[in-house]
Ligand binder design. Structure first.
Ligand code: GBH
Length: 456
């Protein structure tokens, strides 16, 4: 090979494997996220009525690792000024949070707006805007009004209209200031975990029928809410409405399994104005072998419809949650997959983050490494694969109620002291790392973060 050719090969290899010289394009936005039930607390005050998660945690605490609930959680209902303060300290471009449907609409329907609830969200939105932080609202992050669940919840087709009416209230109340909406967080999780296991929001165990009714109605509800905005509000408010899907990358076990991997990714549906993309983990996928049983039905174990087995790679590191294996290349492969499948759709990464055990405190070098390695793959997707990614969201701004894990696994850039009545928030090393990424547009880990010292 001529020496110049060797240099070209080296340059190509270098750019493909190492992204440390790459930058996020101008206009790229960084944010962090939470959801109402996971942070707000104040579960039965100020006019709020119960959600499915209040019911589940109160009636069946054995389903939550530490028997806890979101009754108080981070008390963000009262500590919202602190949340704005730390979002501002981090230099976030946006903060993604969700609205509690039963807090805003205690009857579930538009006949009554709870003024306390409305004031809370107004304060949060206005406080963020005052600091130059864009509010991004998730309309539905799993805390369905219990009253609607009593009428079948997501398996009742009427929910499509109920959701549309809820969306209309949100657009009317907040649409003048909120320009980016996520209708529904993770349809796949709501319906498969909701109904296949029965230990999630719905509390109903019906993998045969419930899952499918739910998926259809969730997708229809999203479409209705999008259409409503498009027809009646877009001209006036000039905003956008998307949806967030959780995708885990499914790595074909052999060449034979490439088709099944692609079909399995198809399990997740398409989006509208933008594609909200939540990524945490990956699995290996292969066809079920003759005589092999599909085993326990769990969304991250296998796919019944495809007769596919999901496994983990022994080489992947683990985070604190039982389902969480680390495979940074998965996020890039999935981003490219979405582009190849759906065309040049705009993608906003609406969640990505890492869990630690409570004991690991605020010296969370493994979380920093997770963020660095995933941001590197996002940069490669942008520059090498030309995927149209416009934003990145860290999950989560603060430690919070991690669903069935309760408070036993932590996702926060800020640690929350759950023994303190004020739920004090303290930055972890990863908060400082993320702030540095936003400030410098450089993902490399500054020396001061790469050794664990008390100063952090
Ligand atoms: C996101 O879901 C959520 O949007 C967010 O609220 C949450 O705090 C965050 O991730 C961290 O978990 O029964 O084997 O499928 C991520 C998707 C779906 C992953 C439920 C864990 C349970 C394990 N999650 N899944 S399994």
């Amino acid at each position: 090979m001529a020496p110049w050719a060797a240099v070209v090969v080296w340059l190509l290899a270098e750019s493909a494997w190492c992204a440390s010289h790459l930058k996020f394009p101008s206009g790229f936005k960084f944010g962090a996220a939470t959801s109402a039930y996971q942070v707000e607390g104040a579960w039965n005050t100020s006019g709020k009525t119960p959600s499915t998660w209040d019911t589940l945690t109160h009636n069946r605490p054995q389903l939550i690792t530490d028997g806890s609930s979101g009754d108080v959680a981070c008390d963000s209902y009262h500590q919202w000024k602190d949340d704005i303060q730390i979002a501002s300290e981090l230099g976030l471009d946006f903060y993604r949070f969700s609205i509690s449907w039963p807090r805003l609409m205690p009857t579930s329907f538009p006949d009554e707006i709870n003024e306390d609830g409305r004031r809370y969200y107004d304060n949060l939105i206005n406080g963020l805007l005052d600091k130059g932080i864009e509010p991004i609202i998730t309309m539905y992050h799993w805390d369905l009004p219990q009253r609607l669940q009593d009428h079948g919840g997501w398996s009742n087709p009427l929910i499509v209209e109920w959701f549309e009416e809820y969306a209309r209230v949100l657009y009317k109340l907040f649409g003048d200031r909120v320009k980016n909406w996520v209708t529904i967080n993770e349809p796949f999780t709501i319906c498969t975990i909701g109904y296949a296991i029965g230990a999630f929001s719905s509390g109903v165990h019906d993998p045969e029928v419930g899952t499918y009714l739910c998926i259809k109605n969730v997708v229809m509800a999203h479409a209705k809410a999008w259409r409503l905005y498009d027809k009646e509000y877009r001209k006036q408010f000039k905003g956008r409405v998307g949806i967030s899907h959780q995708l885990f990358y499914l790595h074909p076990t052999s060449e034979e399994d490439e088709e099944i991997a692609s079909l399995a990714h198809e399990h997740y549906v398409r989006a509208y104005d933008f594609y909200g993309f939540n990524y945490y983990t990956s699995r290996k996928i292969r066809r079920r072998r003759d005589g092999e049983s599909l085993g326990q039905l769990s969304p991250m174990r296998n796919i019944k419809e495809l007769d596919a087995i999901l496994e983990v790679d022994r080489g992947w590191d683990r985070a604190a949650c039982f389902w969480f294996y680390v495979y940074p290349e998965g996020i890039r492969k999935l981003l490219s997959w979405v582009k190849n499948q759906y065309g040049d759709v705009e993608i906003v990464i609406t969640e990505n983050g890492y869990s630690t055990k409570p004991e690991s405190g605020s010296n969370d070098y493994d979380r920093i490494k997770y963020y660095r390695d995933h941001l590197e793959q996002v940069l490669l997707a942008i520059h090498e694969d030309k995927v149209n990614i416009t934003g990145y969201t860290a999950w989560s701004l603060i430690d919070n109620f991690e669903w069935n894990d309760g408070y036993t696994t932590k996702f926060g850039l800020y640690e929350v002291n759950f023994d303190d009545p004020n739920r004090q928030r303290t930055p972890r090393a990863s908060a400082k790392y993320y702030k540095n990424v936003i400030q410098t547009n450089n993902i490399e880990i500054p020396k001061k973060f790469s050794t664990i010292t008390d100063e952090l």
